[in-house]
Every structure is written in structure tokens, then in C-alpha cells.
Design a protein around this ligand. Structure first.
Ligand code: EZ4
Ligand code: CO
Length: 403
């Protein structure tokens, strides 16, 4: 079999997505997700201008070599744009191979290790009462693990909370990035109050998660983890920006609250120290931004040695193709932890028909060959790309801060 063509589609069916389709001389095609929220066109250009010309004519079964060609062959290594582009090709090739061999991708990765994948969803409220209402609503849908985010008294706009009652989408269309204001001390004082109320309301069995979205220092994160211990969270996510991996030692010395990090990582080197020093419990890298299934399988294997489980990023800016790839990986590996499930809207689901389904708190990957996701190009064409930015964040005195 030979790769005959490859195309990049940039559309906005419900939100922006970049989709890669690789065609072969046998009529079989593979799909990959190249979406990088707020930076979509850079990945599209990296693919069309630089990577795709090099794969035309190649045997699509040579997945490892094509991955190495994209990674080592560029000389310039790592980075979200590069790795998302390499990841889209990699995932498309696994999809293609599964279809060619008439088997789901999880069978190519080692076979089924579990029946379903525990997922967590989001409950976002403007205050404690509304957050509790949202947790009730998600629990009724069958979720057994729920991430709680709430407005913080004294802070105007906050990560995770929508103002208009619609599902939360951080990337705003039109204009320059929105600006938010942050205050760590207000947040640190408030969060244990939220956790206490939610635990009292729901009892011990519901798994609770929370995302600090990279805004704390290590010692602040240590305080937060400690203050949440009585409420036994499933995990505390992205407490500090993790470029300084050894910073996590400070958090770890002070708290038994499990730690998750890594949704912005793109190679194994971003988490090598975090894993080998057992500074985290869950690695949050997702398949598309992590360079594809080829490196993610290696990262999961390294993590397994150190009691670290996976918890792949699964916000709505990961298309159904990426979500399916995460589900195939999670189905096959032994150290799967949990999968984020921030449901896509109806239009996104229509443009990407898929075999995976949610039931009783678990996502099931289905047994369609390949990834089990298709892409309706005709429908997607009706929704052209619209430039959108993620917000930026400042402290009260105007200092630029992490969003
Ligand atoms: O802010 O995916 O855990 N989920 C998150 C997400 C990220 C977005 C950024 O594009 O932190 O909501
Ligand atoms: Co997050």
C-alpha cells in the first residue's frame, strides 16, 4: 500500500478543528486530529508546507519510521505545533492500519485490557450552590467522577465558568484575547469551602476532581493539596506551570492529595522527572498534542514503572478523533487511570460520527475497525474556520500571569 495524498481541513463545526486525512492507493484513508486551540493555522501550515510532502509515496504501515522521520528528521525538536502535526499523521496511520487489517486500533496496541473506561466530566457553577446543582445534573447522567469548578468571590471572570449559561468554551471568537484577573489568595481561601459543601452533599463515593489551571506556586499548591485532604479528591490538576519539574517535590513533600499534570506537554522529556521521581500520580498528556499513539504508548510504559496512571486531556478542543485515539490507548494499556469527557456539542458529533459511546459513567470504544471515527467533509465545509483566542490573565495590579 502507498500513501497517495494527504489533506488538511480547517473548519468550525461547533468550534475550530484541524483534521488530517491521509489517502492510499487502496482506497483506505486514515484520520488524525491536528487541532491546537487558538493556534490552529500554524499546525495546518506545518503539515501542508513541511511534513505532508515527505510522506507521499510511503508505505503507511511504517508508522514508527514515519514518526521518527517527522521528529528526528526536522532537526528542530519538540514544541506543541511540531508535535501536534506529527501526532496527527501518527494517529491517521494507526487508523489506516486498523482499517486495512479490519481490527480496532486497541488490538494493534496490545488488545483489550478492560471493559470500559472510567470518565470524568465537568460541573461548573458561578458559586457553590450552582456548582452543587451542576454536580447533581451530571450525576444523573451517570457520571461517577466529576470535576468541580466554581466562581470565586471577588474574582470577576474565572477559568472554567461560562457567563451565559452555555457550555464552557475558553477560546473566544473575534477580536484579541479576552483578559481575566486572578488572585491566588482569594482562590486558596475559597476552595476548601467549596470542597466541604460538595462532600457533605454527595457523600464519599463520588470521585471529585479539580483543576487549578497552572496558577499556583509549589508552596501554594502544597497548601491547597493539604487543605483538600479531608475531602479525598481523585486528583488535583495543573496546580503549577510544570516547566520546572523539580518544583513538584515541594508539593509532594506536603500533601497526599493525588496530583495530575501534563495537558500542555508534548514529549516524554516534559514529564520524565515528574514520572521517575514519582512526583505525580496521573499524566495528562493527550494523544494528539503528545505526538500520537506511537510516543504515548512509550510514555504510558515509562509511567507504569513508577505507579503513574494516564488521565488524558479530553476537553472539547480535542476532536472526536483525538478522543477515540485516547480511548483505544486507554483500552489497551494496563495503567489507564481516567479519561476526561467534556462532551462535544451536537454539531461536532454530527461532523465526526463515531463508534465510541457513554454508558453508566464509562466510555466504550466500540469495535469498529481503526479508530471508529469518520469525518463528514461536506458538512464540515459549511462551517468555515473563525479565528479564536484563549484568554490571557493578569493580577490585580496588571502583572501578566498564567491563564
Ligand atoms: O483550558 O483545553 O482540563 N481541561 C482544561 C481545558 C483547557 C483547554 C485549552 O484549550 O484545562 O479546559
Ligand atoms: Co486542565
Amino acid at each position: 500500500m502507498k500513501i497517495t495524498d494527504a489533506k488538511v481541513f480547517v473548519n468550525s463545526p461547533g468550534r475550530n478543528f484541524v483534521t488530517l486525512k491521509i489517502y492510499t492507493d487502496e482506497g483506505i484513508y486514515g484520520l488524525g486530529d491536528a487541532t491546537l486551540n487558538g493556534r490552529e493555522l500554524s499546525v495546518a501550515a506545518y503539515l501542508t508546507e513541511h511534513l505532508l510532502p515527505c510522506i507521499i509515496g510511503r508505505d503507511p504501515f511504517e508508522i514508527e519510521d514515519i514518526w521518527q522521520y517527522g521528529y528526528k528528521g526536522a532537526y528542530w525538536r519538540r514544541g506543541p505545533v511540531t508535535m501536534s502535526a506529527i501526532g496527527a499523521i501518527d494517529v491517521a496511520l494507526w487508523d489506516l492500519k486498523g482499517k486495512a487489517l479490519n481490527t480496532p486500533v486497541y488490538n494493534l496496541l496490545g488488545g483489550r485490557s478492560r471493559n470500559g473506561l472510567l470518565v470524568y466530566t465537568h460541573a461548573n457553577g458561578k458559586d457553590i450552590a450552582e456548582t452543587i446543582e451542576k454536580v447533581h445534573a451530571e450525576k444523573e447522567k451517570g457520571y461517577r467522577a466529576i470535576r468541580i469548578q466554581s466562581g470565586v468571590p471577588g474574582l470577576e471572570k474565572i477559568y472554567g465558568i461560562s457567563k451565559d449559561g452555555k457550555a464552557y468554551e475558553p477560546a473566544i471568537r473575534g477580536g484579541l484575547p479576552a483578559e481575566e484577573t486572578w488572585d491566588s489568595s482569594k482562590y486558596l481561601n475559597f476552595l476548601p469551602k467549596l470542597a466541604e459543601k460538595v462532600r457533605v452533599e454527595f457523600g464519599d463515593d463520588l470521585h471529585l476532581l479539580h483543576d487549578s489551571h497552572h496558577r499556583l506556586t509549589p508552596i501554594e499548591a502544597a497548601r491547597l493539596g493539604k487543605s483538600l485532604e479531608p475531602y479525598h479528591f481523585f486528583w488535583l490538576e495543573d496546580t503549577v506551570p510544570a516547566e520546572l519539574q523539580e518544583g513538584f517535590r515541594i508539593i509532594r513533600q506536603h500533601t497526599t492529595t493525588p496530583l495530575a499534570v501534563g495537558e500542555v506537554f508534548n514529549t516524554i522529556y516534559d514529564c520524565q522527572q515528574l514520572i521517575t521521581e514519582q512526583l505525580i500520580d496521573y499524566i495528562r498528556m493527550t494523544v494528539s498534542h503528545g505526538g500520537g499513539l506511537t510516543p504515548m504508548k512509550k510514555i504510558a510504559a515509562l509511567a507504569e514503572l513508577y505507579h503513574v496512571k494516564t488521565g488524558c486531556h479530553g476537553a472539547t478542543d480535542m476532536s472526536p478523533i483525538c478522543l477515540a485515539a485516547c480511548l483505544h490507548l486507554g483500552t489497551a494499556i494496563n495503567n489507564f487511570g481516567i479519561q476526561e469527557h467534556m462532551r462535544h456539542n451536537a454539531l461536532t458529533d454530527e461532523v465526526f460520527p463515531h463508534a465510541y459511546y457513554f454508558e453508566d459513567g464509562f466510555l466504550h470504544v466500540g469495535d469498529a475497525p481503526g479508530l471508529g471515527v469518520d469525518f463528514d467533509e461536506k458538512k464540515a465545509e459549511q462551517y468555515p474556520y473563525e479565528k479564536a483566542y484563549l484568554p490571557v490573565n493578569r493580577l490585580g495590579d496588571g502583572t501578566l500571569f498564567s491563564w
